[in-house]
Design a protein around this ligand. Structure first.
Ligand SMILES: Cc1ncc(COP(=O)(O)O)c(C=O)c1O
Length: 402
């Protein structure tokens, strides 16, 4: 006999957990999976990951680690060769002097950001976030019971400026999170502005997380720029969060890192030691090879993303009601679709996302999920033929509703 519904216990969700929702990008992925399970063919421009396989030499390193039985717990902060490889690669590229004590390997960049926020933010502390920004920044801040102060960058075409940061700082401000290249906007903060932003924030006593997960995917004439290139006094309040996920097409391996002041890195480590412990030993050994061997595969992927963007962005702009800037980095198009919504009778960008998903089989992410209603995020880390098919389906949707 089954228990009547009225007798089933109600799960007492914690207040902290009630403050967050399932990541909106994860929700779209799940909806697409359900359609696939019903045999419906979908074009997935929703997921934020390279469509390339992990390069062979990195996979070989993981196989070798398995064969050598490197399958036990590692140090919580990561194996020493990996911490050293991370410091070396950033120091060589940006002239910094990070030592292994400044480095903690984390379970992907997301875990690094989570740990860093948990180690810094008290209930009521203000955290300055760009609007639009990656969905997990506000989610994690809310989980830590911080208060979000939005830096609205829509009027500057999603360029973050030191003036915007300056104007938003209050005595309660504790943390600024920057993300260049940005997911979802594709914006890259120019070196001078980057420096001014960090200067303004740290002069007023804030701490800064610089999320550099897309650091190596920057399109000319822009150049990769890391907080590591800032003078040491400015860097003393900055935690860099990096990741191998996008750079080496290793999203599933879960390898990221934090680099910064020892005191902050120790807190990252402490949170990790009481939660995930460390990233998988095999993945760590493969990550050493990724960082210390030829970077040719990264350059090949970058060139391919550039080629796709060069076709995709003009194709989006050719659709009536869509205006899309050329991305400066990362692999997302972030078009303004407000005119399309008006023309086609959509009340929200969520409605457009749902229509494209359920009627035309195209997975995109609603801009409102990133704080920008009236926009969509479309990943071009996808084959040119998939991008072409997606454009045809979007054109079809517009034609059907005209
Ligand atoms: C801006 C940004 N930061 C961090 C991450 C986290 O990536 P991972 O945890 O795979 O390193 C992502 C992933 O989409 C991202 O877009």
């Amino acid at each position: 006999m089954s228990t009547p519904a009225s007798k089933l216990p109600v799960f007492p969700v914690s207040i902290r957990s009630q403050r967050i929702t399932l990541s909106p990008t994860a929700a779209v992925v799940m909806a697409a999976d359900q359609l696939r399970a019903q045999g419906i063919e979908v074009i997935d421009l929703g997921v934020g990951e390279p469509d390339f396989p992990t390069p062979e030499h990195i996979k070989d390193a993981a196989k070798e680690a398995l064969d050598r039985n490197l399958t036990k717990y590692t140090s919580t902060s990561g194996i020493m060769p990996l911490r050293k490889a991370i410091c070396d690669s950033i120091n060589q590229q940006f002239g910094s002097d990070y030592a292994v004590e400044n480095c903690c390997v984390v379970v992907g960049g997301k875990q690094g950001i989570f740990n860093a926020i948990m180690g810094l933010i008290n209930p009521g502390d203000e955290v300055l976030l760009e609007k639009a920004c990656w969905v997990s920044f506000p989610g994690i801040v809310k989980f830590a019971e911080g208060e979000i102060v939005w830096l609205d960058t829509e009027s500057t075409d999603f360029h973050l400026t030191a003036e915007l940061v300056q104007a938003a700082i209050t005595p309660k401000s504790k943390l600024l999170i920057i993300n260049s290249p940005s997911n979802p906007t594709g914006r890259v903060i120019a070196p001078e502005e980057f420096r001014n932003i960090v200067q303004v924030a740290t002069d007023r006593g804030l701490w800064v997380i610089s999320d550099e997960c897309y650091l190596q995917f920057v399109y000319p004439p822009h150049q990769p720029f890391s907080a590591a290139a800032l003078p040491a006094d400015l860097r003393s309040r900055v935690l860099i969060v990096g990741s191998l996920s996008k750079t080496y097409a290793m999203t599933g391996w879960r390898v990221g890192y934090t680099l910064g002041p020892k005191e902050w890195v120790s807190e990252v480590l402490k949170v990790q030691s009481q939660s995930a412990t460390h990233t998988a030993s095999i993945a760590q050994h493969a990550a050493v090879v990724a960082l210390t061997s030829s970077q040719k595969a990264v350059q090949t992927m970058l060139a391919e993303y550039q080629r796709r963007a060069d076709w995709f962005i003009p194709a989006l702009n050719a659709i009536p009601g869509i205006t899309c800037s050329q991305p400066e980095g990362a692999f997302y198009a972030f078009p303004n679709i407000k005119a399309l919504m008006q023309h086609c009778g959509f009340a929200s960008s969520k409605e457009v996302e749902q229509e494209l998903l359920y009627k035309y089989g195209v997975v995109v992410t609603d801009g409102a999920a990133f704080g920008a209603e009236g926009y969509l995020r479309l990943s071009f880390a996808n084959s040119l033929s998939a991008l072409q098919a997606a454009i045809e389906r979007i054109q079809q949707m517009v034609a059907d509703r005209s």
